[in-house]
Design a protein around this ligand. Structure first.
Ligand SMILES: Cc1cc2nc3c(=O)[nH]c(=O)nc-3n(C[C@H](O)[C@H](O)[C@H](O)COP(=O)(O)OP(=O)(O)OC[C@H]3O[C@@H](n4cnc5c(N)ncnc54)[C@H](O)[C@@H]3O)c2cc1C
Length: 238
């Protein structure tokens, strides 16, 4: 899996802070933007976000390239509606090369791994045969959820906050969880103030998952290791 922050709003912390300040000032955001320091921006963002005045962080956009993930993951990802997506098309791009994601639970079980590999081989064999006779867009129906894909996603900081709350949580499946943590790490580098407290719900207080709580809250502000990211989720998501 490769997660690259391709682009983001210039000065995302200061843009959001200036927008927030402009609500309470006679001055316009252009002047406030020039005079805002990191310290002032932090104070302002904490204040308005704490009040639930979240529209101010919608001015900051972040575009990620997500590469080498499964179609299972992207199906979960695109359920997040306040975002823009561009996904590699199986209608235009040949899927001749068998490229798929191997879940760690299967990788760690030799018998399961053998079964999985055989199923992948069978799917791709059928795909290649069908693609000789029918359009790629129809041949692809035999490809598995595990099939590799690339997707470009743009979200604003408000949606990213929401996305990180749900998808960095251990209840999310390991693959999208790993991707979310990688996105958070990149977002934090670009906007350390905006994303200072972003992450799973347990970063900010008691677990919001109720009876599904995993009982192993993450340490506030700490990135889990790759190994921790890969632990299986609580209840499965279809
Ligand atoms: C652990 C886990 C398990 C899941 N299990 C299932 C499952 O079993 N079955 C299933 O179908 N899905 C499942 N999902 C997907 C889930 O139901 C959501 O579709 C997905 O997480 C997107 O979240 P969202 O709708 O809050 O956010 P987004 O689409 O990212 O929207 C952000 C916010 O905008 C607001 N919003 C957006 N659109 C509307 C709207 N039309 N009306 C009102 N407010 C809106 C809401 O406040 C929303 O929270 C699961 C998700 C997780 C994290």
């Amino acid at each position: 899996m490769k997660v690259v922050l391709l682009n983001f709003t210039k000065d995302p912390d200061r843009i959001s802070a200036a927008a927030a300040q402009s609500c309470y000032s006679e001055k316009g955001a252009s002047e406030l933007f020039e005079t805002t320091t990191d310290e002032k921006a932090k104070k302002m963002i904490k204040k308005v976000v704490g009040m639930g005045h979240l529209s101010v962080v919608e001015h900051a956009y972040f575009t990620f390239s997500i590469e080498g993930v499964s179609r299972s993951l992207t199906h979960q990802l695109v359920r997040h509606r306040i975002a823009s997506y561009s996904q590699q098309s199986q209608r235009y791009v040949s899927m001749d090369r068998s490229q798929f994601v191997l879940p760690p639970s299967i990788a760690g079980d030799p018998e399961a791994r053998k079964l999985y590999k055989a199923a992948m081989d069978e799917s791709w064999k059928a795909y290649r045969e069908l693609a000789k006779k029918v359009p790629k867009e129809d041949a692809r129906y035999v490809l598995p959820n595990a099939c590799n894909t690339n997707i470009t996603v743009t979200m604003n900081a408000r949606e990213l906050w929401h996305f990180f709350s749900l998808r960095c949580c251990r209840r999310a499946q390991w693959e999208i969880r790993m991707m979310a943590w990688k996105m958070l790490a990149e977002a934090k580098k670009a906007a350390p103030i905006l994303f200072e407290d972003a992450g799973p719900g347990c970063f900010r207080g008691p677990c919001p998952e109720g009876e599904y709580a995993c009982g192993r809250p993450y340490k506030k502000g700490q990135m889990p290791s790759e190994e921790e990211m890969l632990v299986e989720s609580g209840k499965p998501e279809p």
